[in-house]
Design a protein around this ligand. Structure first.
Ligand SMILES: *Cc1c(COP(=O)(O)O)cnc(C)c1O
Length: 431
């Protein structure tokens, strides 16, 4: 079959043979169109694939419930009462945190709210809350509702940082300049570590330092960063962070999220928190006391007893990250995304497609975001054709962005080749 690409399919296969990744550990959905049995799956930034190990691990937890009933709290193979502690170590290692700074609980936006209860405390002229203009809608709604909760007008309290005119991504120096100029009015900076839309990786340590130098608290939404890029939350001095586990962490739809609170805030009795029986020391939980005795760890931010059957898949997935290591995954990620970019470079000069993600590998994770120009038709139609005619799964963020994320755990060089070959076939050259 004639391919519009100069790069050959055989070359992509050779790269895979030399650098095979871990695809065999995952269920890859079958393709419903195209010439290959499996999809080329590039939507792991939206919902990661299912590890093959997940089902048996989950079934074992279910079997304990069948066998033990309530006694499973203490007698299950993995007893339910301290079950969440099994996730703490691997989650902490993944984000560069101390175990006491880390907890897996709830979902992402819920965690952002619980953390903002503690860390967004407007007072005097320091009332503003800074996000990026291309923030994920849930974050926008969350911060606006936090402003209203404090009796503030969200249109005044929420600052949305925009790229320079004609640019697609935020410059670190512009964020720093804003904080140097107006930081005295800022109570909280809460940006995405990797932007969901553009794939830009922010300079987390530099922006954290700039925000804190201006007297603000700095928290990060790591939905698109956790499991995608190496993080050092403790050493970077980040005040707090939260992330979900269903994107790069492959823990299933709606999976439990993570939260990080820096050591310097742990055990601070001056921090407001919303509490429930899981906020108290495990040793005192069943004393049924009227007043909580919270531990000096991130566990104090827990509220309810956790859903065990949702914790199993997170545990299974974090074990994979622990075993393979985020440093090795990041190296493979740079090779895969670099290859995808190189292939795209072949077709973008003659087609109305632009990569808006930064070219510098240090300023991005694995995702490349493509802006589909008017000459290439509707982005959603394009993604549909990629999937149904070529078995290439991407996703669309309206109106004109198609996101393509080669995930180092299971994506292959051949997947990248398929994606760009299919893209070239779907979008004719401009004459
Ligand atoms: C995926 C994502 C969310 C989703 O929020 P949930 O509470 O998990 O539904 C929120 N924020 C960002 C930046 C995301 O990428």
């Amino acid at each position: 079959m004639h391919t519009p690409l100069k790069a050959s399919e055989e070359e992509a296969r050779r790269l895979d043979a030399a650098d095979p990744g871990h695809r065999d550990l995952f269920h890859v959905p079958p393709a419903d169109g195209g010439s290959y049995p499996e999809t080329a799956y590039f939507a792991g930034n939206s919902l990661g694939l299912q590890p093959r190990a997940t089902r048996d691990e989950l079934l074992a937890d279910l079997a304990d419930w069948a066998r033990l009933g309530v006694e499973g709290h203490l007698e299950a193979g993995r007893p339910w009462l301290p079950y969440h502690e099994l996730l703490t170590g691997p989650a902490a290692r993944l984000v560069g945190a101390l175990p006491e700074e880390t907890v897996v609980m709830n979902s992402l936006t819920v965690n952002l709210h619980l953390l903002m209860v503690s860390f967004y405390r407007p007072h005097g002229e320091r009332v503003r809350l800074v996000i990026e203009d291309s923030a994920f809608p849930s974050d926008s709604y969350a911060v606006r509702s936090q402003a209203r909760f404090h009796g503030l007008d969200p249109d005044d309290a929420v600052v949305r940082l925009r790229p320079r005119p004609g640019e697609d991504t935020l410059r670190t120096e512009d964020v720093q300049d804003f904080l140097a100029r107006e930081g005295h009015t800022v109570a909280l900076v809460m940006l995405g570590g990797v932007n969901y839309l553009t794939g830009e990786l922010m300079d987390i340590p530099a922006i954290t330092a700039a925000g804190q130098a201006a007297g603000a608290v700095v928290g990060w939404d790591l939905a698109h960063a956790a499991g995608n890029v190496p993080l050092q939350l403790h050493d970077w001095g980040v005040d707090f962070a939260a992330w979900c586990s269903y994107k790069y962490l492959n823990s299933g739809p709606g999976a439990l999220a993570g939260a990080f609170v820096h050591q310097r805030h742990l055990g601070d009795p001056g921090l407001p928190r919303f509490e429930g029986w899981w906020s108290t020391e495990p040793g005192t939980r069943f004393l049924m006391a009227p007043v909580a005795d919270p531990p000096a760890t991130a566990d104090a931010w827990q509220v309810s007893n956790p859903p065990i059957f949702s914790m199993g898949p997170v545990r299974t997935s974090l074990e994979l990250f622990d075993k393979i290591g985020i440093a090795a995954l990041r190296e493979r990620s740079e090779r895969l995304t670099g290859y995808l970019e190189q292939l795209l470079d072949e077709i973008t000069p003659t087609r109305p497609i632009t990569v808006v993600t930064p070219r510098d590998p240090r300023r991005r994770g694995c995702q490349l975001s493509l802006r589909i120009g008017p000459g290439a038709g509707d982005a959603a139609d394009l993604a549909r054709r990629l999937r149904h005619e070529h078995g290439v799964v991407t996703d669309v963020r309206r109106p004109d962005i198609v996101r393509v994320a080669p995930v180092p755990l299971y994506s292959t060089f051949h997947d990248c080749w398929r994606a760009v070959d299919a893209l070239a076939r779907c979008v004719a050259e401009e004459s």
